[in-house]
Ligand binder design. Structure first.
Ligand SMILES: C[S@@+](CC[C@H](N)C(=O)[O-])C[C@H]1O[C@@H](n2cnc3c(N)ncnc32)[C@H](O)[C@@H]1O
Length: 241
């Protein structure tokens, strides 16, 4: 008889407020035997788990998977393969498992890498995704800032390389969401200033989490970092009067 594998669900838990988890995410989470969380190589803390923990069954095993925060391609690939090898034996027992992701699992998330490594290792495994509310959707709601209207365009971009993407693309779009701003915030702020967009930018740190803070003036971080969970929304065009 052919082996029956459990399903791996990539579950988006939303950006912080547990009430922003979907009904579907909660229902599926309540039925799994194992919950995987993404952890750093330094500790097992998972913000996504903290958001979802009230819905995780007491009987479920919680397994942190260390993902290396590195730009080295080989090291990242090795970490994914190692983690896929840890997930597979659970699915082989026939039990369903969940992998928790902050926000949405297919938006700048380690889940997509894990899913790919797992599929390459065992194509018979079933993988499903439960979308989550992204950090920037929650931020727009909190700040009451439209992400895009009418015929406008919206660019979602990473700030991991500093202001580079803004220098290349800001002239061609109406609205920009920048995630991963933490490390190179100084360069991002300087770039926005240079493009005349400083007063067209609003930011938020830890949206929906403890310590939430709105950033009205990005210039205040010239010489420091905001928290890791910080994003920016830029409206590039002046409103017509
Ligand atoms: C690896 S990405 C994860 C994105 C996530 N999957 C999503 O759907 O929003 C991490 C970045 O998302 C942004 N982020 C995630 N949660 C946030 C929150 N609660 N408040 C502000 N920014 C957040 C930050 O820019 C952070 O550097």
């Amino acid at each position: 008889m052919e082996k029956r594998y459990g399903t791996l669900y990539g579950i988006g838990v939303g950006p912080g407020d547990p009430e922003l988890m979907t009904v579907k995410a909660v229902r599926i989470l309540k039925g799994v035997g194992v919950v995987f969380t993404a952890a750093s190589t330094k500790n097992d803390y998972s913000t996504a788990y903290q958001i979802a923990r009230r819905y995780v069954p007491e009987t479920a095993e919680v397994v942190p998977l260390p993902f290396k925060m590195t730009t080295r391609h080989t090291a990242r690939r090795q970490a994914r393969e190692k983690n896929a090898k840890k997930v597979l034996p659970y699915l082989e027992t026939g039990k369903d498992a969940a992998f928790l992701t902050l926000g949405d699992p297919l938006t700048y998330s380690t889940f997509s890498y894990l899913a790919q490594a797992l599929k390459e290792m065992e194509p018979r495994v079933t993988i499903r995704v439960v979308p989550g509310i992204t950090s920037y959707q929650a931020a727009a709601a909190r700040l009451l800032v439209p992400l895009c209207e009418g015929e406008e365009s919206l660019l979602v971009v990473s700030g991991a390389m500093g202001g580079e993407a803004l220098r290349n693309l800001a002239g061609d779009v109406d609205n920009i969401v920048m995630l991963k701003t933490y490390k190179n915030f100084g360069d991002i702020a300087k770039t926005l200033e240079g493009l005349g967009l400083r007063d067209r930018t609003v930011g938020i740190s830890r949206c929906g989490l403890e310590g939430e803070a709105i950033i009205e003036d990005i210039g205040r971080f010239e010489n420091t970092h905001p928290p890791y969970f910080t994003l920016l929304i830029v409206k590039t065009k002046r409103e017509e009067s």
